[in-house]
Design a protein around this ligand. Structure first.
Ligand code: F3S
Length: 431
């Protein structure tokens, strides 16, 4: 008789008994016990074997994580399909820091970065370009198919994979993402099941113009929290095909639902794969209703606290690209910025500005003439995570502006719409 509540195969029980070593047994036991907490009846195979890990930073306090990584390495365990990982925290070449900030980053915040990156390489990091939260974009290539079961973490990547690609993944935590990738199984519950993918909210978008993706996502995230929303009325604004613009919109929208709430999956009527295939059959009969009009978006925007010391101060640093920008977004920003600067009689940005994109998207963009234009304006292009940059207490003294609702939520940065950010950066608006 097994000590586990879950139904396990003879092979899984053998692994738990140590047939593949003590460390592998511990990993599988952790995955099983995690699933049992959520009532999973069995494990299911991970069908898209390339993982995505959320922990990319070597914060000194994470000693238990570093010890666990050493144990995996000593046992010779790796993720057979490899993995990508969230962005690095630092890039002094493109996101300059003063000596005091560097001291805190190097000696306190990310003192274990080198050690941790070495560990990541040893257990299966795909390559040096694998540091991004948009691993699913074609340039990066960690792109699951519809129906694939994943062992990923990173809320913005999980919600994109579930909703836009139709893959199946729960909102895992750090290390469970890696453990599932190593053992090749995840517990069957929540968003991995048909039932868990049904919508318990009907959301009607009734705005008079295309809603800002990050605001709409924020409103829905705060309302439905961890439930699954089925959204009507968006195809009017973003079309019924997953083209570059729709993908970028849904990336930003999803990240806001996942960070301002805890959404792991949304369906967009007439657009996302499961909504196209199953339509309203995805909606639970007792679903709640939420109507979003201009006034509701305004109410949500007004509810954001301004965390700057002086509310009427000007922005000192702008971050655009949380989640990392797509290639077409980067091109769009470069073109719009160049036009706006010319209109305002300027050649250089009015505020230090950092655009962030994955190393692979950045490399593609660097090969275009738009890159030279962007750099000539004084803006920089980096592949860091802006949020990790703001982990330094000294950065709290800076007025950081962003169009990311995720960055706003987890830092002291102030949120502006895309159009407002363009005004600030091009010297038109006062921030
Ligand atoms: Fe990506 Fe960091 Fe933002 S992981 S979503 S750039 S907080």
């Amino acid at each position: 008789m097994s000590e586990y509540k879950m139904e396990l195969t003879a092979e899984q029980l053998a692994v738990l008994g140590g047939s593949e070593g003590e460390t592998m047994a511990k990993i599988l036991r952790t995955v099983v016990e995690f699933g049992e907490i959520f009532g999973a009846k069995r494990l299911v195979p991970v069908t898209h074997r390339e993982g995505h890990l959320v922990t990319s930073f070597g914060i000194g306090l994470l000693e238990p994580l570093f010890r666990t990584m050493d144990e995996l390495i000593d046992a010779g365990l790796t993720a057979p399909g490899g993995f990508t990982v969230d962005p690095r925290p630092l890039d002094y070449a493109n996101v300059p820091c003063n000596p005091a900030e560097k001291l805190i980053f190097n000696k306190i915040m990310y003192s274990q970065q080198e050690r941790y990156e070495k560990q990541l390489r040893a257990v299966g990091l795909v390559n040096a370009n694998g540091f991004t939260c948009t691993s699913y974009l074609p340039e990066v290539g960690n792109t699951p198919k519809k129906g694939d079961v994943l062992s990923w973490a990173e809320s913005s990547a999980v919600v994109f994979a579930n909703s836009v690609l139709g893959a199946r993944c729960n909102r895992n935590s750090g290390m469970l993402d890696l453990f599932g990738s190593i053992v090749g199984y995840v517990p069957e519950f929540g968003l991995v099941t048909d039932e868990g993918r049904r919508a318990s909210w009907k959301v009607y978008v009734k705005t008079t113009k295309k809603p800002e993706a990050q605001l709409l996502g924020s409103a829905i995230g705060m309302k439905v929290v961890e439930d699954v929303p089925y959204v009507y009325g968006l195809t009017e604004y973003i079309g019924s095909e997953l083209d570059d613009d729709a993908v970028a919109y849904l990336k930003n929208f999803g990240a806001a639902t996942a960070s301002n709430g805890a959404v792991g999956l949304y369906h967009i009527d007439g657009l996302t794969p499961e909504a196209k295939e199953l339509g309203e059959a995805l909606i639970s009969p007792d679903a709640n209703t939420y109507v979003i009009d201009d006034a509701e978006l305004e109410r949500v925007r007004e509810s954001y606290p301004v965390m700057w010391k002086k509310k009427d101060a000007k922005a000192q640093l702008c971050f655009i690209g949380c989640p990392h920008l797509t290639f077409s977004e980067l091109c769009g920003w470069a073109e719009n910025l160049s036009d706006a600067l010319a209109k305002n009689g300027r050649t250089r940005v009015a505020v230090r500005t950092v655009f962030t994109a994955s190393p692979d998207v950045a490399a593609r963009f660097r090969a275009t003439p738009l890159y030279r234009k962007l750099i000539a304006s004084g803006a920089t292009l980096s592949s860091i995570c802006p949020l990790m940059y703001t982990n330094n207490p000294l950065t709290h003294m800076k007025n950081i502006a962003t169009n990311s609702n995720k960055l706003r939520t987890y830092s002291l940065a102030r949120y502006y719409t895309d159009a407002e950010m363009l005004d600030i950066i091009s010297g038109k608006g006062a921030a």
